[in-house]
Design a protein around this ligand. Structure first.
Ligand SMILES: Cc1cc2nc3c(=O)[nH]c(=O)nc-3n(C[C@H](O)[C@H](O)[C@H](O)COP(=O)(O)OP(=O)(O)OC[C@H]3O[C@@H](n4cnc5c(N)ncnc54)[C@H](O)[C@@H]3O)c2cc1C
Length: 506
């Protein structure tokens, strides 16, 4: 087996938000970084979230003040780092006095407003619903409103991976770490991909495998885990847009859980999520019929317009990996993260394992990971990610201005195409639209505003390899593509990838 690099400082296993967050932080501190992901970037939990950058109002009930404080502070930091993929979102909470009294909600919202710095996001307030225009049932006459943010979760992962790469990190997707062991003070890491296997070495190993964290420690590293793990499935359904306006709803259910209804991609509403202990195959997490019924029931209890299973266009499910705090109720298990470092003796290559975490706190989790690794890298640079833009946010005055520039500069660009490009790529959109004056110069047209230029960019700069990577994670065009259109894209990708591999071999 060939060893392909002298010795990396840090090897990260897992290309979800926590893995790429640690990779980018380490690379920016001057460390050499290797990251492998067995599938596509963000192909598991990190693209199956509720897509919120939020403090987590309901965690206050579980007294998770540390987590909520950190998450609240992160909202505006992340909004400034990536305003093209993150936007403020107002939440409406109908008041249900038999579930939670008004004083409790008011107190919770007061804490929520003041626990973290808030400059751009508006404060909470009490509201009355106009029965004539409210989408809610007539008995819901009043409620509360507060602010959080929405994010394109999969793109948050890809942008962090791009930034890590630009800072020198090697990102190896479709590459599984099958085993790793310590030898002579370094980690030997065995990797497998479609073309064969190879090995790299690193001074520190980061296990950011999300729901696989325990499996990775016990099977791939043959060690004992310092913590237990709880796997909790959460599912969402997507339906055609059910109400006007750009606000989300937070619905309280009789079981004391909450469900969100969130405006999604102009035409849709996203409804989720559930909380169920999960023991199935981590590579094939699917919504159950009980979860579908649960989400429809909570929605139908609140809204005038009623939904049935036939209205569901799409579903997705993910698994949270939570550090086991022995709670009986899956909703009550801590959402905070735990970092475990071993061994503690000097001069032995450390293993850092990530248990839990949220999209919202990935940057702070990465800073904490680097603090744990500091004894191994005493000369590394200081933390730097708080004020650094993610790719596409550089020189971005506003997404609206960029949309105007796209429509004025390129013939035949519709408002919806300009909006999609500007929100997905920010200022990086010019990397594939340079010198273009009309969409007919963009190469093969796959339909719905997807052209060869964008596909090439996604393959060359964003590690896209399959139509699924492109249609569901780099873009959300999967909702619109027919089977024939997907086949046309697959054929193009096959030729492109063959050409790229023969170019590399030459
Ligand atoms: C239903 C649901 C809703 C959520 N909503 C929100 C929300 O709105 N806001 C929020 O802040 N958080 C939310 N979260 C939490 C958030 O999504 C997760 O905490 C986060 O995505 C976890 O990221 P991760 O990197 O740890 O795991 P993952 O994204 O699962 O990444 C781990 C990666 O490791 C890879 N891997 C595993 N084993 C190997 C190996 N041997 N070799 C190579 N690669 C390997 C996997 O393929 C995977 O891609 C939600 C979670 C769920 C389940």
């Amino acid at each position: 087996m060939q060893v392909s690099h002298p010795v990396y400082d840090v090897a990260v296993i897992g290309g979800g938000i926590n893995g790429v967050g640690i990779a980018v932080d380490a690379a920016g501190r001057g460390l050499s970084v290797f990251l492998c992901e067995k599938d596509d970037l963000a192909s598991h939990t990190s693209s199956a979230s509720s897509k919120l950058i939020h403090g987590g109002l309901r965690y206050l009930e579980y007294k998770e003040f540390r987590l909520v404080h950190e998450a609240l502070l992160e909202r505006e930091i992340l909004l400034a780092k990536a305003p093209h993929i993150i936007r403020p979102l107002r939440f409406v909470m109908p008041h249900q006095p038999h579930l939670r009294p008004a004083w409790l909600i008011r107190t919770g919202l007061f804490i929520y407003d003041h626990l973290g710095k808030r400059k751009k996001l508006a404060a909470s307030r009490h509201i009355h619903f106009d029965p004539a225009s409210s989408p809610l049932k007539d008995e819901m006459t009043q409620g509360f409103e507060y602010s959080d943010c929405a994010v394109d979760d999969a793109r948050l992962v890809v942008l962090n991976a791009m930034q890590a790469h630009e800072l020198g990190a090697k990102i190896a997707t479709q590459t599984r770490c099958s085993a790793a062991y310590r030898e002579n003070g370094v980690w030997n890491i065995h990797l497998e991909h479609a073309q064969g296997s190879y090995q790299v070495q690193a001074k520190a190993l980061v296990n950011a495998t999300g729901p696989w964290v325990l499996q990775f420690i016990e099977h791939n590293l043959q060690q004992q885990s310092p913590h237990g793990l709880r796997l909790v499935q959460g599912s969402h359904i997507i339906v055609p847009r059910i109400y006007e306006g750009d606000k989300a709803f937070i619905l309280q259910n009789d079981d004391h859980r909450i469900v969100f209804a969130i405006p999604y991609l102009e035409q849709y509403t996203l409804i989720g999520t559930t909380d169920h202990e999960y023991q199935g195959n981590l590579d094939q997490v699917k919504i159950t019929s009980q979860e579908v019924d649960y989400l429809l029931n909570v929605y139908n209890d609140h809204f005038k317009h009623q939904l049935t299973v036939e209205d569901i266009l799409y579903t997705y499910s993910g698994v949270r990996s939570l550090c086991d705090d022995e709670s009986d109720n899956p909703s009550a298990i801590t959402r905070d993260y735990t970092l475990a470092i071993s061994p503690t003796q000097e001069n032995d290559a450390p293993l850092l394992s990530v248990f839990g975490g949220k999209l919202t706190t990935y940057r702070k989790l990465a800073e904490s990971a680097m603090a744990h690794l500091a004894p191994t890298f005493p000369d590394m640079n200081k933390s730097w990610t708080e004020t650094a833009c993610l790719p596409g946010a550089e020189n971005l005055v506003s997404v609206e201005l960029l949309m105007q520039q796209l429509m004025q500069g390129i013939d035949q660009v519709s408002l919806s195409l300009a909006s999609r490009w500007a929100h997905a790529y920010g200022s990086r959109v010019w990397n594939f639209l340079k010198d273009i004056s009309t969409t007919s110069e963009l190469g093969e047209d796959f339909g719905h505003g997807l052209f060869a230029r964008e596909v090439d960019y996604l393959v060359d700069q964003e590690w896209a390899r399959t139509s699924e990577d492109i249609l569901w994670r780099r873009t959300k065009l999967g909702f619109q593509f027919s089977a024939d259109e997907i086949q046309q894209l697959d054929q193009y990708l096959l030729k492109l990838l063959l050409k790229r591999s023969s170019d590399t071999a030459a």
